[in-house]
Design a protein around this ligand. Structure first.
Ligand code: NAP
Ligand code: GLV
Length: 309
């Protein structure tokens, strides 16, 4: 029985070594050397070339190397009966919390203002609001949105979040539906997008949404680039309606060398690194899931294909 790693842009060595140790009963293969196609029982996928999975006729399940499964779902070669397991992993969650808390504190503590003052050799103390007087609004209150929201609520911020279905989370105002979306945008000083890319969410952050955000609000996108209409975000920044954007994910990755985001003075770009999958935790998570499935237990976190996440 083979376990195939199809991990585009990922150094395979630590993954192969980790899975060989954790799952000695499986033969670990790395694309493009899958061995006999009918012997492939499991696959771990990240940005896999589309159209290839149909040849693995013995496939029992595929595992996503990331929390987002949009790229896997867009591959027409995955049979509808194959479970797709999405990644919920402590290392990924920690990374996202670190990134979002860091960027929120960067804006909250007025670091962009102090950096501009440093360039002018300007020594002054600026007014500093308390965290309870800053509202951080999360679009997406799933595993990652909830962890980030709770971390910021723990630091004393006023935190709200928006999801598809109604939720109750202690210390966080939970909103849903179209009116909830508008209300969240209107009351947040910093809006954090942590939604999956689905038919319903693509382009959700366009001119209408940016116009509903507060004058001077900041925007952090760590969900997917497809949530945002780039030109509408640039227009909101250029006319001074938004005061800054932190962007980790983009419509097309890598971000094109001539994209305006790279050089816009109000935009911070990182190359899709907010949270990343690390062998130390992911090998354990996926190995336990495969072993449990082989022992007759169900698979956790199976993607609802109709919902798109
Ligand atoms: P998750 O647990 O599936 O949560 C998704 C959240 O989005 C849920 O709260 C869900 O609502 C909400 N949602 C989905 N469709 C919606 C809609 N149409 N309207 C309103 N809310 C909607 O996912 P997660 O693990 O938190 O991850 C979220 C996303 O982060 C991933 O899909 C991926 O794109 C992105 N990500 C990025 C990085 C990075 O490095 N930048 C790393 C990891 C993940 P319900 O709660 O009602 O279902
Ligand atoms: C990264 O983007 C992920 O989906 O885990």
């Amino acid at each position: 029985m083979l376990f195939l790693l199809m991990l585009t842009g990922v150094e395979p060595e630590p993954w192969v070594a980790g899975f060989r140790r954790a799952l000695p009963e499986l033969e670990i293969r790395v694309w493009p050397d899958p061995g006999p196609p009918e012997a492939v029982a499991y696959a771990l996928l990240w940005l896999q070339p589309h159209g290839l999975l149909g040849r693995f006729t013995g496939l029992k399940a595929v595992f996503s190397f990331g929390a987002g499964v949009d790229r896997i779902l867009a591959d027409p070669s995955i049979r509808p009966d194959i479970p797709i397991v999405r990644l919920i992993d402590p290392g990924l969650t920690t990374g996202m919390v670190e990134y979002v808390v860091h960027r929120v504190l960067h804006y909250h503590r007025r670091i962009p203002d102090y950096e501009a003052m440093q360039r002018r050799h300007d020594w002054r103390e600026l007014e500093q609001p308390l965290p309870e007087d800053r509202t951080i609004g999360f679009l997406g209150l799933g595993v990652l949105g909830t962890a980030c929201a709770q971390a910021l609520a723990g630091l004393g911020f006023d935190v709200a979040g928006w999801s598809r279905t109604p939720k109750r989370l202690p210390g966080i105002e939970c909103l849903h539906g179209e009116t909830g979306f508008d209300a969240l945008l209107a009351r947040s000083d910093i809006v954090v997008a942590l939604l999956p890319s689905t038919a319903e969410t693509r382009g959700i952050l366009g001119a209408r949404a940016f116009a509903r955000m507060k004058q001077g609000a900041r925007f952090i996108n760590v969900g997917r680039g497809s949530l945002v209409v780039d030109d509408d975000l640039l227009a909101a920044l250029d006319r001074g309606h938004l005061a800054g954007a932190t962007l980790d994910v983009f419509q097309v990755e890598p971000l094109a060398a001539d994209h305006r985001f790279w050089s816009h003075p109000l935009v911070s770009v990182t190359p899709h690194v907010a949270a990343y999958s690390q062998p130390k935790t992911v090998v354990r998570t996926v190995s336990e899931q495969i072993r449990g499935f082989e022992a007759g237990r169900g698979l956790p976190h199976v993607v609802d294909r109709a919902r798109g996440y």
